[in-house]
Design a protein around this ligand. Structure first.
Ligand code: NAG
Ligand code: NAG
Ligand code: NAG
Ligand code: NAG
Ligand code: NAG
Ligand code: NAG
Ligand code: ZN
Length: 505
């Protein structure tokens, strides 16, 4: 059904163009207008019918956008780290914050909460130790006894005693924060001159936060705080890519994946009980693409078991880590085909095409993801270069999870007006907007990425219908069952109506 809606006008285009007969020197203005209307109707949200109140809001948004686009320092054209404060003061941004955005479908487990909370709350808890690595990073552990020294790290320092000796711990806290995020006040182009440098630092931030967030009490609180960040940003549903790592207690004992998943389920229930207008969370189990075949086989087997034991919260499976450096999907084809061969359901949500290495093994991930029946495509940055993959994605309704700020910070695109998703949205390709690793980019929630998509990709021509369509897509292309989608949609519609009536100009 979606496929038919998306290509409604092929015949009409022909009709209009064929009428531009020979011998006519000045094109007919009515034909011109018809072509303009035709193009407008093809974009994301282009066929949506608006209420009067929505139209008034749209007119207001249009005026705000004209003013924003007239600025010399146009945020989507700048590196996000320079643009962040400009965006914060933008009236369009404050409206986007209030807007019910539906679900965030591409978020990673340990990048949900701002580093301020991690440092001010987590590292101030008792029994927290830190060491300095030989490459200017840090590692943490909570322990009831003095922990054993890590390889390539200094002896452990108990943070409580270190801070007690200081008159002022602000500088220490700030340096810890800088280790946990890519965000910087300095010139981002100078700090991160290449993809290799930025990915290296990116991976270091995850290693640095690891010992904090895999400590059982923090594991729970961090997730609750993460849900709070998205809820405050008017996101009502989350699909979280989660490693479900080994979680440890103060005495060094550990828990496995089932415990971690059960814990997420319990915390999510607690959260939705307290916030009935939050719809919930589902988990996509992830594994690093650097692992070998036998590890991958074991994890896929475990994923199938979790999918069976926790059908409510488990959404499926994915691979994470830098695509350009890790193994391609095709390498793991035997392990990834196991569920289909055994007749067991394990939906896939593959990261694919987060690359500009056209024509390499890694670049085949897009087609391979589709061959493996992926339910959505994470990033799909390279999709425009793969017409067959693009057509399959459209036909099968395999939505592309677009994360604008992530792609810019990780150096796939400089000026977000040139992001490939601008093309996808001009033809209503199934897309959703997400924020990938907000904490690493110095933000929380989803609104900054919505801003970049709305103001950057769409330019002046995207409007309230584009926003509405993106929110609807996030429910339509979620892993929720049709019945749950109906419920989520009804909840979203109530929140949307309230938003529109509260912003009636
Ligand atoms: C950290 O946050 C939790 C709530 O999530 C709170 O109970 C606790 O007191 C806080 N701890 C510190 C040291 O701020
Ligand atoms: C330090 O950096 C090197 C090269 O980037 C890396 O191989 C090594 O694992 C890093 N050390 C730690 C402790 O992460
Ligand atoms: C602590 O140090 C920071 C930065 O060095 C400074 O801005 C702040 O005012 C100091 N706080 C106190 C209480 O002295
Ligand atoms: C990480 O923290 C350590 C210790 O506070 C500091 O020496 C180092 O400069 C920090 N690294 C970064 C990248 O800020
Ligand atoms: C695969 O990796 C695991 C964990 O790193 C290791 O224990 C195992 O020996 C490796 N297996 C093969 C066949 O290389
Ligand atoms: C993908 O779907 C096709 C058609 O339903 C099926 O034949 C094939 O086995 C599936 N492959 C995998 C890896 O799931
Ligand atoms: Zn991702």
């Amino acid at each position: 059904m979606a496929a038919q809606l998306q290509r409604p006008h092929a015949a009409m285009v022909c009709l209009l163009l064929c009428c531009l007969g020979s011998g006519v020197s000045i094109p007919d203005p009515r034909q011109r207008e018809a072509l303009i209307q035709l193009e407008a109707s093809m974009q994301t949200g282009g066929q949506m019918v608006l209420t009067d109140a929505e139209q008034r809001l749209d007119t207001h948004l249009y005026k705000m956008k004209q003013e924003e686009m007239a600025r010399a320092d146009f945020p989507p054209a700048m590196h996000f780290f320079r643009a962040r404060n400009l965006i914060r003061t933008s009236p369009i941004f404050s409206l986007l914050q209030k807007m019910p955005k539906g679900g965030a479908l591409h978020i990673h487990d340990f990048a949900m909460v701002d580093v301020e909370w991690v440092v001010k709350n987590v590292t101030y808890r008792p029994h927290c130790y830190m060491c300095y690595t030989d490459n200017q990073s840090i590692r943490f552990i909570f322990s009831s006894q003095w922990p054993k020294t890590l390889p390539l790290c200094s002896p452990w320092i108990l943070l409580e005693s270190l801070r007690a000796k200081m008159i002022n711990a602000t500088d220490l806290d700030n340096s810890i924060m800088r280790n946990l995020t890519l965000f910087t006040d300095q010139d981002p182009e100078a700090v991160y001159p290449s993809q290799d440098v930025v990915w290296d630092r990116f991976e270091q931030t995850f290693k640095a936060v690891w010992g904090l967030v895999t400590y059982a009490p923090v594991f729970k609180d961090y997730f609750y705080q993460g849900l709070t960040r998205f809820y405050m940003d008017n996101v009502m549903y989350l699909e979280l890519r989660a490693l479900l790592p080994e979680v440890y207690e103060l005495d060094g004992s550990t828990h496995g994946k089932a415990w971690a998943l059960k814990t997420y389920q319990d915390v999510a229930r607690q959260f939705t009980d307290r916030h009935p207008d939050f719809f919930g969370v589902r988990i996509i189990l992830t594994v690093h693409r650097g692992v070998n075949m036998s590890v991958m086989t074991g994890v896929v087997e475990e994923a199938m078991k979790l999918q069976k034991d926790f059908p409510d919260i488990m959404a499926g499976f994915d691979l994470v880590g830098r695509e350009d450096r890790g193994r391609p999907l095709w390498y793991f084809r035997d392990a990834l085909s196991m569920p289909a061969e055994k007749g067991i359901t394990l939906p896939f949500f593959f990261h694919a095409g987060e690359t500009d290495l056209e024509g390499t093994e890694v670049d085949q991930n897009l087609l391979d993801a589709l061959l493996l029946n992926t339910s959505r495509i994470g990033h799909g940055f390279a999709l425009l270069r793969h017409p067959v993959a693009k057509e399959l994605s459209r036909k099968r309704g395999v939505a592309v999870e677009v994360c604008p700020i992530s792609n810019q910070v990780l150096k796939l695109v400089k000026d977000l007006r040139n992001h490939p998703a601008a093309v996808l949205m001009s033809e209503n390709h199934p897309v959703v907007i997400s924020s990938d690793d907000p904490a690493m980019f110095g933000i929380s929630g989803l609104s900054y990425d919505f801003y970049e998509a709305f103001v950057g990709f769409g330019g002046i021509k995207s409007h309230i219908s584009s926003l509405k369509q993106l929110a609807l897509n996030s429910i339509r292309y979620s892993s929720l069952s049709p019945k749950q989608q109906q419920e989520a949609l009804a909840l979203w519609q109530r929140r949307w109506n309230k938003f529109v009536s509260e912003n009636d100009f």
